[in-house]
Write a protein that binds this ligand. Structure first.
Ligand code: KMH
Ligand code: ZN
Length: 303
């Protein structure tokens, strides 16, 4: 099979707040519709979080996930990837609940503890639909995104061992690749390894081509041909870095979790619009996209 590019779409996340874009999906119906449209536009993996339908506050409740997962499964063949990163106020135990309940083909696994800045500078400025939004952003100044070695071990055991879920290993810095290699060395992670290089999060590695090249060079050294990579550029870095990833032999992640815009000054009307945009870029590079089943074969998913 010639190389095919896997498009992941991260539909809502827990970083943006409802006032930042009227197009951010919040309710289960909105999340389902935008996920289905993104899959129809060419995303073969859907990375999913849930939100409280009334307030938009990120929620770990399995019941909320179950309000949209069956709809997505009924309408698409896309690979379901449930976040274990959750949101800023959740414990690690909470973050695992939905994936543990739904036993998806994929879940995210964040490879290190780090400062994780949301948008604290915005807290004092804008008008907010919900009281929680400015407080949430302000408190991210002290947000420690906890992903200790034992947290990682727990997620590998509870989801990987127990359910056959495989992982999108989210690596926000070079050290996270060495942590991943440590778990490979211990036999707790086996190939094919799917690494999501995350660039441009405040607290992680900066979004520039040199850093992406260094991440890839390091992963090549540590994992040889046992891995596939994908790239997520935060905010305005989304499309440039996804394009670079594709040109370097990798896969791409788009979606409103990572960036609310389609281009400078223009909010994306939905997730599918970003999928279509990266598809046009891939087409311009003469690269074909992977279907969900091709993604399953490439990543060794349980199907
Ligand atoms: N929000 C992204 C920068 C997760 O859900 O596990 C990373 C993410 C984390 O997707
Ligand atoms: Zn996420």
């Amino acid at each position: 099979m010639s190389r095919k590019v896997i498009i992941t779409c991260a539909v809502t996340g827990s970083v943006h707040t409802p006032s930042m874009s009227p197009h951010l999906p919040i309710t289960p119906d909105e999340i389902a519709k935008q996920a289905i449209d993104a899959a129809n536009a060419g995303a073969s993996i859907l990375h999913l979080h849930a939100r409280d339908p009334k307030t938009g506050f990120p929620s770990p409740e399995p019941d909320l996930f179950m309000d949209f997962l069956p709809k997505i499964k009924a309408e698409t063949d896309a690979v379901i990837n449930i976040s274990t990163g959750g949101g800023m106020t959740m414990t690690v135990k909470d973050r695992i609940r939905a994936a543990s309940h739904a036993s998806p083909e994929m879940a995210s696994l964040n490879m290190g503890t780090m400062n994780f800045g949301l948008f604290p500078a915005l807290a004092g400025r804008s008008e907010w639909k919900h009281d929680w939004e400015p407080e949430f952003l302000e408190s991210s100044r002290d947000f420690v995104f906890k992903n200790t070695f034992s947290d990682i071990e727990t997620i590998l055991a509870d989801l990987g061992e127990a359910n056959g879920t495989r992982f999108e290993f989210e690596c926000y810095d070079v050290g996270h690749l060495y942590t991943l290699a440590h778990f490979v060395d211990r036999g707790l992670i086996k190939g094919p390894i799917f690494i999501q290089f995350v660039l441009g999060v405040l607290g992680g590695i900066g979004a520039d081509p040199d850093n992406l090249a260094h991440l890839k060079r390091t992963a090549d050294k540590l994992f040889g041909d046992q891995y596939q990579f994908s790239v997520l550029g935060a905010g305005r870095h989304q499309m440039p870095l996804a394009s670079m990833a594709a040109a370097m032999g990798g896969n791409v992640r788009v979606g409103l979790e990572d960036n609310l815009y389609l281009r400078k000054g223009e909010l994306a009307p939905d997730n599918a619009s970003q999928v279509r945009k990266i598809r046009e870029i891939l087409d311009g590079l003469s690269l074909e996209i992977a279907t969900p089943d091709e993604a399953r074969a490439i990543l060794g998913l349980k199907g």
